[in-house]
Design a protein around this ligand. Structure first.
Ligand SMILES: [Zn+2]
Length: 271
């Protein structure tokens, strides 16, 4: 069962990556500036390194932990007696809310931001940005996510579906596409759209310290961190409007990426 879920998640991950890569090739919002191959090769290298690391250190412990917590009947979801599809849907919504707070903490707490800013150091955005995470952030969030499992007690299937949806949403909202204002008006109050998330990657921290949601965008409105993306702002402007003001020339250096958390560079934390 677990093996099937894992294979399914892998297919969603690879399928989603190719799907959004094709869509953004056909309908790019920002011009590519000839750096696409460099971006893809750098981010695929980063992701391959992270995947091996997570497989070795985090994957099996997490799976055993999920099964153990489920067998012990721990977690709010168990106490509420949630079962079947209700459990799956409620678990995905609640875990997405946990993810919202976790992402917000990554921006608010200096130590976490050191790792998360390796993701924000990207000076552009496309589907490959969804691969760009510092291994330190992934390992720390593995421990944090293990605590969500104990607190909420999702079933193994709900957890896998949540993880698959997170990776699909991340690929979607980092991709270099945009919708018409009309479609955006319908979609963005429900889910995080590329325009919505591009605002989170803006150099302008008025936007960058807002819009933390991952799957459902409601959390930013409920917890007062919503910032309306400028109409045609970050999504149409050149690469200079995305990323961090510091270290822009080093966005694609493996060394700079790895040591990012340990540099003394301006932390750019202003909230
Ligand atoms: Zn962020």
């Amino acid at each position: 069962m677990e093996i099937d879920l894992d294979t399914g998640r892998l297919y969603v991950f690879i399928g989603g990556f190719f799907l959004f890569a094709v869509i953004e090739s056909l309908f790019p919002k920002r011009s590519w500036d000839g750096m696409r191959i460099k971006r893809f090769s750098f981010h695929i290298a980063v992701a391959s390194f992270n995947t091996i690391l997570i497989r070795v250190f985090a994957y099996v412990p997490m799976l055993l932990w999920l099964v153990y917590v489920e067998e012990e009947g721990w977690g709010i979801s168990r106490w509420l007696g949630l079962v079947g599809w209700t459990e799956i849907i409620v678990s995905i919504i609640v875990l997405d809310m946990f993810d919202y707070f976790w992402h917000r903490a990554n921006h608010r707490i200096g130590f976490l931001w050191r790792f998360h800013k390796a993701h924000h150091a990207d000076t552009y955005m496309d589907v490959s940005t969804a691969l760009r995470f510092h291994p330190g952030e992934l390992l720390i969030s593995f421990i944090v996510k293990a605590s969500w499992v104990a607190i909420w007690g999702p079933t193994v299937i709900a957890w896998f579906l949540f993880e698959a949806l997170v990776s699909l949403s991340a690929q979607f909202h980092h991709s270099n596409i945009d919708f018409s204002n009309k479609t955006e008006k319908v979609l963005s109050p429900l889910i995080v759209t590329p325009r919505y998330h591009a605002a989170h990657h803006a150099i302008d921290r008025e936007y960058g310290n807002a819009n933390f949601s991952t799957i459902f965008s409601i959390w930013d409105r409920v917890f007062f961190s919503y910032s309306k993306p400028a109409l045609g702002g970050m999504t149409t402007a050149g690469k200079d409007s995305l990323g961090l003001p510091e270290g822009r020339s080093q966005a694609f250096s493996i060394t700079a990426w790895l040591i990012e958390p340990f540099t003394k560079r301006n932390l750019n934390l202003d909230n």
